[in-house]
Design a protein around this ligand. Structure first.
Ligand SMILES: [Zn+2]
Length: 243
């Protein structure tokens, strides 16, 4: 599976049903006798345009950029992240010092841990024979799935809130300091305690942000740990000086 496929599927997954129009050019269309319908598959030449006419296509070619955590050094406030994504609809990486203001670790386990197709990362149920995603590059094959943390969290600082940023495995394991298996054996009280450990602390959060259209911003957390207070002070005073 090319990383592009995974990115494309993740992109499609995050779109808002019924509110988003997709224009897909150069996809391979074929008749699938098993599903008795037409299917589309994507490759590196495929261009998916979200709400055609509203945004540039440039980001689609850029958003598969690989990253290295050490190379991410630019620090932004939440409002600067929002401003940057609106001005420049391309993927970018940055660090924000904020609080995790929404972290539903104490809701049902099915909301915290999800099973996804290993090929396209689409959410599936393990009882299925094959992936149910029409764009999956491995739809014809037996389902290969993996189960991991899959959370949407909010990041808040003094300038605002970034809603629904994805915190997934393996970053979530590192952040929470616990494996999926360990998490499933925690009591409700232990899960609540884990949640509050983050809600009360300012964290250093590495993010990858992609603006798909005016109302749809996709944030992916690449790393998150409780921030060193001295480091926070240093960056906060630098941010204030720039104002
Ligand atoms: Zn799939």
């Amino acid at each position: 599976t090319h990383s592009w496929d995974r990115e494309a599927i993740q992109l499609v997954q995050t779109l808002i049903p019924k509110e988003t129009v997709l224009f897909i050019a150069d996809a391979k269309i074929s008749f699938d006798s098993f599903r008795n319908g037409m299917t589309a598959s994507v490759n590196s030449k495929t261009i998916i345009t979200v709400n055609p006419g509203k945004i540039s296509q440039r980001h689609l070619h850029k958003h598969s950029l690989s990253y290295n955590l050490d190379s991410i050094t630019d620090v932004y406030t939440v409002s600067q992240v929002k401003q940057k994504t609106q001005e420049n609809p391309e993927v970018f990486f940055g660090i924000t010092y904020g609080f995790i203001s929404k972290l539903d670790l104490d809701s049902s386990v099915s909301k915290v841990i999800k099973t996804r197709c290993s090929r396209c990362k689409f959410q599936v149920t393990e009882d299925k024979q094959s992936c149910t995603n029409l764009l999956c590059p491995g739809r014809d094959q037996a389902l290969a799935s993996s189960t991991g943390f899959d959370l949407l969290v909010d990041i808040t600082d003094h300038t605002g809130t970034l809603h629904s940023c994805a915190l997934r495995s393996p970053v979530a394991e590192q952040t929470l300091g616990c494996t999926v298996k360990e998490f499933t054996s925690l009591t409700d009280d232990e899960r609540t305690a884990m949640k509050w450990k983050f809600l009360l602390e300012r964290c250093k959060i590495h993010v990858k942000v992609l603006q798909l259209l005016v109302l749809c911003r996709v944030g992916l957390i690449l790393a998150c740990s409780v921030a060193d207070p001295g480091e926070v002070k240093q960056h906060m005073s630098a941010l204030l000086q720039r104002l």
